[in-house]
Design a protein around this ligand. Structure first.
Ligand code: AMP
Length: 185
């Protein structure tokens, strides 16, 4: 199927199946709830296919060696994207969850700081890595993940995300890592 059709189906699914939850988890935040999208096989399949396009070149050839997904909703999207591309998946987790040797990166939350971790052997030196998450907000999570990938000697080459909150300009935190957002809200 042509790339444009894939993307149009994905955007249609996002528009119909992602719901806004005002004031969750705290007042002033409009939470993008993707659970109705995940519950719809056609919609879920459409967004996975469209996100996987970020790991291919114009001819359709796969140009990444690994897909990295961020806790927690990133895992749900990144694992099928990795399988669609025929490459492995690696999880970035909050501090203290990964059992083997890790790299750690601080990142900013709305209030204070937190730590993300990646296994040191999750990606190999020289690997080209695609990051996958559901929402790009301030970009702190994605920037910390890029840092972790680089600490392994690998290269973050792209970041595929369902939705970008345009008013927060998270792209600015990602430098020259190509951001592919299916929808900008
Ligand atoms: P940030 O680091 O600010 O770019 O935030 C991105 C992370 O927080 C992603 O892993 C998202 O799952 C989550 N997130 C931030 N804002 C929202 C939102 N409005 N709705 C749903 N998830 C969000």
């Amino acid at each position: 199927m042509p790339v444009l059709d894939v993307r149009a189906r994905a955007v249609d699914a996002l528009t119909r199946l992602v719901r806004d939850i005002p004031d969750f988890p705290e007042p002033g935040i409009v939470f993008k709830d993707i659970t109705p999208l995940l519950a719809d096989a056609a919609g879920f399949g459409a967004v996975v296919e469209a996100m996987a396009a970020a790991g291919r070149d114009e001819s359709g050839a796969v140009v990444v060696d690994k897909v990295v997904g961020m806790e927690a909703r990133g895992f749900i999207l990144a694992a099928p994207v990795a399988l669609a591309l025929g490459v492995g998946f690696a999880p970035v987790r909050k501090a203290g969850k990964l059992p083997h040797d890790t790299h750690q990166a601080d990142y900013s939350l709305e209030y204070g700081e937190a730590v993300l971790e990646l296994h040191q052997d999750a990606v190999a030196p020289g690997d080209r890595v695609l990051l996958v998450d559901d929402v790009l907000a301030t970009g702190g999570t994605a920037a910390a993940t890029c840092d972790l990938v680089r600490r392994c000697g690998a290269e973050p080459v792209g970041f595929a995300v369902l939705m970008e909150l345009g008013f927060l300009d998270g792209r600015a935190a990602l430098g020259d890592v190509a951001v592919q957002a299916l929808q900008r809200v």
